[in-house]
Structures are given as structure tokens and as C-alpha cells.
Design a protein. Structure first.
Length: 225
């Protein structure tokens, strides 16, 4: 029975990791669709989102089954709870990728702001790096690395502010850019939320390793200035 449970646990672990790769690919395609003005790629992201949703539901169902039927010990239970909670965060990241894909479609045929798109590319690169490192921290159960990764979310927030300032400047000087600027700001906010969800993932890595919930999002722990 223990051997069978360990096999199921390992399979849960693998399928969660696969979900992480699926979400990472969706984010990449969504941002590339925006930057390269590629409506077909945007439609791919929208169409494939159901696969991510199905995987999240599959992981949730399996997690509850293992908790109810196997009565796992504390360390195994932490692994199952981590997958259960973190897969929900991954699914939300996938939803934001879809939102970016829709934004890419909305920008079709409209004037663009090259400087803003370059900043969006930079934000994406930081989100992707954080996300990949967070998945690696999960695979290695490295709480120390997860804590350091979460601190990089502030770098994303700084770039988001630059995007917002630049968009506001463009909208003030050219009323025709109001719609475009609003779309860009929305995309920036989607990416910002992704950074927050990566931080959540880092928090679950800490829980997995130490059995304690840690607040790593400095935006929640520090007062707004």
C-alpha cells in the first residue's frame, strides 16, 4: 500500500510540474502574440486554455482523493496540499495569459507604442525567469531559494510603474492613444498579478519544506507609501 501511495504521489508531483510548463508556454505565446502582433498565436493561447483548466481540476480531484482515501502522514500531506493550492495559482496565471491574448487581438489594426512594448517584453522576461526558478525551487524543495525569488517581484513592480507613466503621458498628449494606452496598462497589470502568483508559489515551497506558511509578498507586509 505504501509503495502504491508513493507512486501516486510521484505522479501527482509530475503532473503538477507539467502544468507549470503548460502555463509557462501560454504566457510566452500570449506576450509574443502581443509584441509580434500575431492574432493566430493569440487564438492558440485562448483555445489551449481549457487544457490548463482541465489539468487543474484533475490535480484537485486527485489531491482530495489521496487525502480522503490514503490518510497521508504529515510530510506527504504537505506535498498534496502544496499541489492543491499551487495548482490553483497556476490556473489563475493561465487565465491572465488568456487576458493578454485577448489584449493582443484588441490591438490589431491600432497604432502601437514601441517603447511600451519593449518594457512589456522586459517585464515578461522577469516573470518568466522568476517562474522557472520557482518551479525549480519546488522540484528541489528549496525554501531558501524560494524566499530569494519572491523578493524579485519588486523589480517587476518598478517596470510596471514605468509602463503606466509612459502610457499616461502618451494618452495626455494624443487622445487617439487613450484606448491603446488603456490596453497596455491592462496587460502590465496582468503581468504584475502573475508575479504575485509566482510569489504565492514560493510561499507554498516554503510550506512544503518547513511546514509553516510564510508571507513573502512585501506588498502585503509593508504599508503603501
Amino acid at each position: 500500500m505504501r509503495s502504491e501511495f508513493e507512486t501516486e504521489l510521484q505522479n501527482l508531483h509530475v503532473r503538477f510540474s507539467e502544468m507549470g510548463m503548460m502555463v509557462n508556454e501560454a504566457i510566452k505565446k500570449a506576450v509574443m502574440a502581443l509584441i509580434n502582433h500575431d492574432p493566430e498565436l493569440a487564438q492558440q493561447v485562448i483555445h489551449n486554455d481549457q487544457r490548463i483548466n482541465n489539468r487543474e481540476m484533475d490535480l484537485e480531484k486527485k489531491s482530495f482523493e489521496m487525502i480522503a482515501l490514503q490518510q497521508p502522514v504529515s510530510s506527504d500531506l504537505r506535498m498534496i496540499v502544496t499541489v492543491l493550492k499551487a495548482s490553483s495559482d497556476l490556473e489563475r496565471m493561465g487565465d491572465h495569459a488568456v487576458s493578454i491574448a485577448h489584449s493582443a487581438l484588441q490591438l490589431q489594426g491600432k497604432p502601437t507604442i514601441e517603447a511600451v512594448e519593449k518594457l512589456i517584453q522586459q517585464v515578461y522576461e522577469k516573470v518568466e525567469a522568476m517562474f522557472g526558478q520557482a518551479i525549480n525551487a519546488y522540484l528541489q524543495e528549496d525554501a531558501k531559494a524560494a524566499t530569494k525569488i519572491a523578493q524579485r517581484d519588486l523589480e517587476i513592480d518598478q517596470l510596471i510603474k514605468q509602463i503606466e507613466r509612459l502610457c499616461v503621458e502618451k494618452m495626455k498628449t494624443d487622445s487617439k492613444m487613450v484606448e491603446v494606452g488603456t490596453i497596455y496598462v491592462s496587460v502590465a497589470n496582468y503581468l504584475e498579478r502573475m508575479g504575485d502568483y509566482v510569489t504565492n508559489l514560493c510561499e507554498w515551497v516554503v510550506y512544503l519544506k518547513r511546514g509553516k506558511l510564510a508571507e513573502l509578498n512585501v506588498k502585503k507586509t509593508k504599508p503603501n507609501v
